[in-house]
Design a protein around this ligand. Structure first.
Ligand SMILES: Nc1ncnc2c1ncn2[C@@H]1O[C@H](COP(=O)(O)OP(=O)(O)OP(=O)(O)O)[C@@H](O)[C@H]1O
Ligand SMILES: O=C(O)[C@H](O)[C@@H](O)[C@H](O)[C@H](O)CO
Length: 179
């Protein structure tokens, strides 16, 4: 019989400023799994490009998504949470090639709400001027993609609780029995 676990392997996705790092950390604390901020896995050139106000393209994101995918693959048996924008379906497909069991928590909100949060945030390399391109690039989860969408216009605790209620408590994640 396969064992079941309730600790998912989850990518906290969304546009810049949607709360991926904040919520990802809180989700990982709540589920007692490892967390990493995908921003820390960007090649230096990507960070420099974003800091200069230039949006990343598919070629820029490819090696970064490979690194995210490797982290996911390494956490398949333990579960884990990682913050990664994962804006396009092809990016999520790339991650699923590394970790087919991965699920997504899409932090969704209006450009107005997220822009206000970015404006209040200081010392981050991502300029608010790139928010429009983030929204233009975003492809929401399709019906066949494993994941949930949670509205960011509520407290971090409420977001985590909604995620736990909808994705974790209701849906055990089968993993192979250890030999
Ligand atoms: N639910 C929330 N309510 C109020 N403020 C929030 C909430 N979630 C995040 N914030 C705040 O909004 C700002 C953006 O959050 P955070 O840095 O976690 O987003 P992010 O998606 O990781 O951004 P980036 O992708 O640009 O690194 C932060 O100042 C954070 O404290
Ligand atoms: O795909 C992208 O364009 C990038 O990953 C950005 O989303 C940033 O990493 C991040 O959100 C920083 O603020």
């Amino acid at each position: 019989m396969p064992m079941t676990r309730t600790t998912p392997l989850v990518v906290v996705m969304g546009v810049s400023g949607s709360g991926k790092s904040t919520v990802g950390r809180a989700v990982a604390d709540r589920l007692d799994v490892d967390f990493v901020d995908g921003d820390d896995l960007h090649p230096e050139a990507n960070v420099a490009k974003m800091a200069a106000g230039i949006a990343l393209d598919d070629d820029d994101r490819f090696p970064w998504l490979e690194a995210i995918g490797e982290w996911l693959a390494a956490h398949e048996s333990t579960g884990g949470a990682i913050a990664c924008s994962a804006l396009k379906r092809i990016y999520r497909d790339q991650l699923r090639r590394h970790a087919p069991d991965v699920e997504f928590l899409h932090l969704s909100g209006s450009q107005e709400v997220i822009a206000a949060r970015q404006a209040a945030r200081h010392g981050h390399f991502m300029p608010p001027s790139l928010l429009a391109s983030q929204f233009a690039t975003l492809e929401p989860l399709a019906a066949d993609e494993r994941g949930v969408v949670v509205d960011v216009d509520q407290s971090v605790d409420e977001i985590v609780q909604e995620y736990v209620d909808r994705a974790v408590a209701s849906r055990p994640h089968p993993i192979p029995e250890e030999s």
